[in-house]
Design a protein around this ligand. Structure first.
Ligand code: ADP
Ligand code: ZN
Ligand code: ZN
Length: 851
């Protein structure tokens, strides 16, 4: 007898235990590892994933229940992905089912339907419901007044029973639709045994079907049809003639449009047996209406050739290796990716390309589509569920050879993966902030390791974690060593744009209080006169959270942590989010006693207004969350800008990424400090990355470019080294500082966030958790090379969300001890409080944001 081990989708705090079910005879050979199934679980029917199949003889099996249903014709997950989910659950301390769910498209996620049927009481002969009138007062209080009102005024409980009786079984949704506000009545009826509730897994997502016209196998046979169809049936003859010349299957709608005939005409031909008309599974192609001019591989530059040689050799050998491709902006990394992918295809393997946020990088998608056409699946975050499902099925069925998409595209169900490329590998968006809180870079490396595939991490500004792993002693216990590949020159000898740092303190001294410095103002004016374009960056993150002196640039930092204090408006206090240190908000600058100390921040809208005042008639495209929420909005704005319909592209980080416009000769950063003073140990790194990326948008083509960076801290090493285009100098200073403070890459972090409505209970729990962590860490300290600090507990930066208070602890550790397991154990010590009091604990392994 075949037994399926199933990870069941139980939302509650359950272990990762797999449950055993018998595979019924008619499902053997159909069910496989990676299948989605519906299984009985207590009184309910739940969705689950098969993670193993075993042959078992005899007694034990007979006690098991059989699984109820196989939900898909093909298992949606490969064996390899199922194994990866197990790894994720151990690495990120998430439920295995959460990891499995993250791997399948939303369209396939469990859809439960609650069904109502008649209960035992209603089946008794001559039963009459009287409960509605004689409810207990205590019970009444439990129901909302609105519900009571609706239940009594608009319909009687017996109406509901009759409705269900008529239909046998009916969805809860349908009942609620028919009797608005009937929630209380239904609960009452269920308690009294008049109705019964059950739950089923809703049917699988239907693939889209389209009617398709099939000409006969031998098109010549249509000649006979022409003889049989009378001359007056002109339209029918048109269709036959057309199909005689174009004997390939064609969609009915397309044929109707091409020949301007009605569906009836075609159906008549089908009825007569001249052609066939059948439903065919269709793929909704979101790029169906786009054409991509085919591009050919470019002859590589010497630098590209060297890099491609290294990657190509690994692909040819079919080895697993991780490359860090560090190439300045405009050095031609994308062309290297394209040719590496071609090499991978030539070996009969498949490829995944990850980009930070795909809707921000339409130009990137275009370059892959142009080279590889319909071999590319695009997993776009703004696709509808149906479109996404279709792209995903193309991958699962081997109809495409590569997928490009954001973070979750790392789960593309390829069976012969040869290459994973992660562009802009330093981007924080590769980390998922919701459970499972995985880092797509690390998942990529684990997946590639298991598949024997190569990984290319590309960036002009690699994350320090990745960079450090290319250094002689930088081998990380968990991710191994990376091989560094460098490209230092822009293609065709184009120069890097000169970067001018503008000291805003000097501007203020000179009497200019505006948000545009005089040099940037002048540069903008010149561009307008010459008809060239400009990109302006304003980072809104960090808006109003840190306090800075406008006279001397002094910011308030924590004396223990080397990060900025965060302003808490309600308390009027400045706090450190790492260690809990606090002080009162100052009235004057502690450094120069100026009164110009204030909360920093300017919105994009204000900059737009200001531009209009300074340069009447200026055409500005503003890109921020407000103007880009619609589907396709990014593409629209970027196309307009590319077509020269605006002088200035103004926006948040999203304008810094991957854009390539020949006419852009000026880039302005309005306030470099906004990122620098975020309460995050990566603030300097993020500033350096952002400055470098945005500067890389200028002068990428024939026209030379120029960059202005406005700042109150012009001497900061992240700004100075970015202006010099000197990654090495930046990394040197930053790595030293991280080493001294013991931050990543010289340690790893695990962030634990606890939340509860009651602050007393929360603090007590947080302290108990921290205490348990310290005990466990102490007991592990005997292992060589292990060191561990437990920071906190302190209030989270966002100290209350939805009426729940939040506290956090940070585990900072070094060494090979399986810290995740210790954390799991510590969290388990609070299981009772979680179950009984509703305490929530979230665990973020390798957090990108310390919130
Ligand atoms: P990166 O991704 O490193 O910023 P891109 O791949 O966007 O750089 O390349 C910058 C520009 O150089 C693009 O316009 C690209 O078409 C062009 N380019 C890249 N490689 C070559 C090459 N080998 N020969 C000519 N032009 C190239
Ligand atoms: Zn501190
Ligand atoms: Zn000051």
């Amino acid at each position: 007898m075949t037994i399926a081990k199933v990870i069941v989708d139980v939302p509650a705090r359950q272990t990762n235990r797999a449950f055993d079910y018998i595979v019924p005879a008619d499902c053997v050979g159909w069910v496989d590892v990676g299948s989605r199934v519906a299984v009985p679980f207590g009184p309910r029917l739940l969705q689950g994933f098969v993670v193993a199949l075993e042959e078992e003889a005899g007694v034990k099996a007979s006690k098991l229940k059989p699984l109820d249903q196989v939900l898909d014709a093909e298992p949606p997950l490969t064996r390899e992905l199922v194994a990866l989910a197990g790894w994720m659950s151990r690495r990120y301390l998430c439920h295995e089912v959460t990891a499995l769910q993250a791997m399948i498209p939303a369209a396939l996620k469990a859809k439960y339907e609650r069904l109502l049927t008649l209960g035992a009481a209603a089946e008794e002969p001559a039963a009459a419901w009287t409960g509605g009138a004689s409810r207990e007062p205590a019970e009444e209080a439990a129901f909302g007044q609105a519900e009571l009102f609706a239940a009594e005024e608009l319909f009687g409980d017996d109406d509901i029973v009759a409705f269900v009786r008529e239909r046998g079984s009916v969805t809860l949704e349908a009942v609620q639709h028919r009797f608005p506000g009937c929630g209380a009545a239904i609960r009452r009826l269920i308690r009294a045994g008049w109705l019964a509730e059950s739950q089923t897994v809703k049917d699988r997502m239907a693939a889209k079907k389209v009617l398709t016209v099939f000409p006969p196998e031998r098109p010549e046979s249509l000649d006979a049809a022409l003889e049989l169809i009378p001359a007056r049936a002109k339209r029918q003859r048109d269709v036959v003639r057309y199909l005689r010349e174009h004997p390939a299957p064609i969609r009915l709608t397309e044929l109707m449009l091409a020949l301007e005939v009605g569906a009836g005409t075609v159906k008549e031909l089908a009825d007569k047996g001249f052609i066939a008309l059948r439903e065919v599974t269709a793929f909704r192609d979101p790029y169906a209406n786009r054409t991509f001019a085919r591009t050919e591989p470019l002859p590589l530059t010497a630098e590209q050739q060297r890099v491609f040689g290294a990657i190509g050799a690994t692909l040819a050998a079919g080895e697993h290796r991780v490359f860090l491709l560090k190439g300045v902006t405009g050095s031609g990394k994308t062309e290297v990716y394209l040719q590496a992918i071609q090499r991978c295809f030539d070996k009969g393997k498949e490829a995944i390309v990850l980009v930070p946020e795909i809707s921000l990088t339409p130009q990137m998608v275009e370059r892959f589509k142009s080279r590889f056409g319909s071999d590319v699946a695009v997993l776009h975050s703004k696709l509808s569920n149906g479109e996404r499902y279709d792209e995903w099925r193309k991958i699962a069925q081997g109809r495409v050879k590569m997928a490009i998409g954001a973070r979750s595209a790392i789960f593309a169900p390829f069976a012969r993966l040869g290459l994973i490329i992660i562009d802009e590998e330093h981007e924080a968006s590769y980390k998922q902030e919701d459970s499972p809180k995985y880092d797509a870079r690390d998942v990529a490396i684990e997946r590639a390791r298991a598949a024997g595939a190569a990984v290319v991490l590309g960036s002009a500004t690699p994350s320090l974690e990745s960079f450090e792993r290319t250094l002689p002693n930088g081998r990380d216990a968990l991710s191994g060593a990376y091989e560094l590949l460098e490209m230092r020159e822009r293609v065709a000898g184009r120069p890097m744009p000169p970067v001018r740092i503008v000291d805003m303190r000097e501007e203020l001294k000179g009497g200019n209080r505006a948000m545009f410095s005089r040099p940037l103002y002048k540069a903008l004016q010149e561009r307008l006169q010459r008809g060239e374009q400009s990109v302006l960056l304003l980072n809104r993150r960090g808006y109003s959270t840190f306090v800075m002196c406008r006279t001397c640039g002094h910011t308030l930092g924590c004396p223990h942590c080397a990060i900025s204090l965060t302003y808490h408006q309600n308390a009027g206090a400045m706090r450190c989010h790492y260690c809990g240190y606090a002080e009162r908000q100052p009235k004057t600058c502690p450094s120069c006693e100026s009164e110009h100390i204030r909360y920093f921040g300017t919105g994009t809208q204000r900059v737009e207004e200001e531009l209009g005042k300074l340069f009447p008639g200026i055409r500005v495209i503003r890109m921020d969350v407000d103007t880009t929420s619609e589907k396709g909005a990014h593409e629209k704005w970027l196309t307009l800008f590319g077509d020269g319909k605006a002088d200035v592209l103004l926006g948040t980080q999203m304008v810094a990424k991957g854009l390539d416009f020949p006419n852009v000769t000026l880039v302005g950063v309005i306030a470099a400090d906004t990122v620098l003073h975020l309460p995050d140990f990566r603030a300097a790194e993020r500033t350096f990355q952002l400055m470098t990326q945005v500067a890389g948008r200028a002068g990428r083509h024939r026209l030379p470019g120029e960059v202005f960076v406005q700042t109150y801290t012009p001497e900061h090493y992240s700004i100075v080294t970015a202006a010099d285009h000197d990654y090495g100098a930046f990394a040197g200073v930053e790595l030293d500082s991280r080493r001294q403070l013991g931050y990543p890459p010289f340690s790893r972090l695990i962030l634990l966030t606890l939340s509860h409505e009651n602050p007393q209970l929360l603090v007590k729990s947080a302290e108990s958790l921290a205490g348990r962590l310290k005990e466990l860490a102490a007991s592990a300290a005997v292992e060589p090379g292990f060191a561990c600090d437990i920071l906190g507990p302190v209030a989270s930066p966002i100290s209350r969300i939805k009426d729940r208070y939040r506290f956090q602890c940070v585990v900072k550790y070094r060494g090979t001890v399986r810290m995740s397991e210790l954390v799991r154990e510590a969290v388990a010590s609070l299981d009772d409080v979680c179950r009984q009091e509703g305490l929530q604990i979230s665990v973020d392994v390798d957090p990108q944001m310390m919130m």
